[in-house]
Design a protein. Structure first.
Length: 481
């Protein structure tokens, strides 16, 4: 590891220059920052319902107000411009644009995203839009949600609605954010909305999310300008076997299948992996689930693969110790999210952890990126999320000093740089998150922002990491070079 002690000046001899056109970004997601949950015609999503259900989110927090980005987006864009941020990855709230998940768009919803996009463009910031960051219209969940095939069609219709208003303004589109979390945390462990714990429904959801992506790619390609780039963002688990034993290696294979290849297989290689089908075949009939033509649709070419990375995943053979809950750190429940691999043991890595309890392993990001570059050499990559929660507090002068976050970001950016030097075609990096926000099942207790949000007053204070990131961007890399 290359960690210098927090707060120290980084080794001046290190000159990590990034490619000239590298995209330096920051990311958020609609439900985590917007608030204005009942304004402009927006109706509840599964996350409104879930967060308003007692016991689902820490301290009963909801996204009703969040960071009030819906009203304060102009200030937030100005803040980004002042920091020199080159691209803003935000998500579009489906129930704000198409309240019931069916039928025509609501103009007020579209107008909000058009205003946001225009404000970004005026500030010289590239808008990067994600169509789905987990906020399914509640009515679609009431009709069965992602385990229902029809939801994939609804998603394609929703994608079409966005293209007329935003198609000429947004150059980079992402269909889904982390479909693993939507399927396996939403329908498997139930720690995310809609909070169901049904193994077969989890795998059905995964397939229909893949299908939704494929159908949306078809619609977007047809309707967007030829220059538009289309992507999907996956939280690929960097899975390591705890030892080299055959049993531990098989545990890693099984988690890789149900954590990664259930998506990368159909999306990038046009097929579900045989071992995944064998491992989960007792839970559902894959042949009935996957219709003729689905895989062709799902594997439509994309222009960029978004990768979100936070922490490594270390596993060992069934019943081999206590280990982590294996819930990928997004909250623990009585049910495992690892459908068909519930018996595998999970372990923390040695060393420091973030406030989420997530192990810190920058090398894992290098391994992930170079591995993808080897397996899919022609596919450009983008780190669409990376960052860390720490217990940030303003000092007496109101400043927020967050050396641990600076160290985390520094070391992960150095890993990205190393991956590029080793041949990975990484086009950009988005810090998660621009500002503190609603961290799903943890509510507002976990702060991932480079900008501190005082929720009582909605005051924004850039932390030291924001100033540090601004310098990195201005320099085009780490160190002095
Ligand atoms: C990712 C999510 C993002 C945020 C970070 C910490 O899995 O995409 O919304 O919660 O984790």
């Amino acid at each position: 590891m290359t960690s210098a002690s927090p707060g120290n000046t980084r080794t001046p001899s290190l000159s990590h220059r990034f490619p000239r056109d590298f995209l330096w970004g920051a990311a958020t997601a609609a439900y985590q920052v917007e608030g204005a949950a009942a304004e402009g015609g927006r109706t509840p999503s599964i996350w409104d319902t879930f967060s308003h259900t007692p016991g689902k989110v820490a301290a009963g927090h909801t996204g009703d107000t969040a960071a009030d980005h819906y009203h304060r987006y102009r200030d937030d864009v100005r803040l980004m411009r002042d920091l020199g941020i080159g691209a803003y990855r935000f998500s579009i709230s489906w129930p704000r644009v198409q309240p019931t998940g069916r039928g025509p768009a609501v103009q007020q919803g579209l107008d909000f995203y058009r205003r946001l996009t225009d404000t970004l463009l005026d500030a010289g910031i590239e808008p990067v839009a994600t169509l789905y960051h987990w906020d399914l219209p509640q009515e679609l969940e009431d009709a069965g949600g992602w385990p229902e095939r029809a939801t994939a069609d609804r998603f394609a219709d929703y994608a079409a609605l966005l293209t007329d208003t935003l198609g000429d303004r947004i150059g980079l589109w992402t269909t889904l954010n982390e479909p693993w979390c939507s399927a396996f945390l939403g329908y498997g462990s139930g720690v995310h909305a809609p909070g169901r714990t049904e193994p077969a429904a989890t795998l059905r959801a995964a397939h229909h999310l893949n299908l939704a992506h494929g159908k949306a790619v078809g619609v977007l390609r047809e309707r967007l300008p030829a220059t538009a780039r289309i992507s999907i963002t996956l939280n690929l688990h960097q899975v390591n076997a705890r030892t080299d034993s055959a049993a531990d290696r098989d545990a890693a294979r099984r988690i890789d299948a149900v954590g990664n290849r259930v998506f990368t297989g159909p999306l990038l290689d046009g097929a579900y992996p045989e071992d995944l089908l064998a491992d989960t075949g007792q839970l559902l009939d894959w042949e009935r689930l996957v219709h003729d033509g689905d895989l062709t649709e799902i594997s439509r070419p994309i222009d960029v693969l978004g990768v979100n990375y936070y922490a490594p995943t270390i596993v060992s053979r069934p019943d081999s110790g206590t280990g982590d809950s294996g819930d990928d750190g997004h909250g623990s429940g009585a049910h495992s999210p690892w459908t068909g691999a519930e018996d595998i043991a999970f372990h923390p890595a040695a060393g420091k952890r973030t406030a989420m309890g997530w192990s810190i392993d920058p090398d894992g990001l290098h391994t992930l990126l170079t591995g993808l570059a080897r397996s899919h050499p022609r596919l450009p990559l983008m780190v669409t999320e990376n960052g860390a929660a720490f217990d940030d507090r303003p000092d007496a002068e109101g400043r927020v000093h967050d050396p641990d976050r600076i160290a985390y970001l520094h070391d992960h950016l150095a890993a990205v740089h190393r991956a590029i030097a080793d041949g990975a075609d990484v086009r950009g990096y988005f810090l998660w998150s621009l500002m503190d926000n609603f961290e799903w099942a943890y509510g507002y207790a976990k702060r991932f922002g480079a900008v501190y949000v005082d929720y009582a007053t909605q005051t924004r204070t850039p932390k030291s990491s924001a100033h540090w990131y601004a310098e990195v961007i201005a320099r085009g890399g780490l160190g002095r070079g």
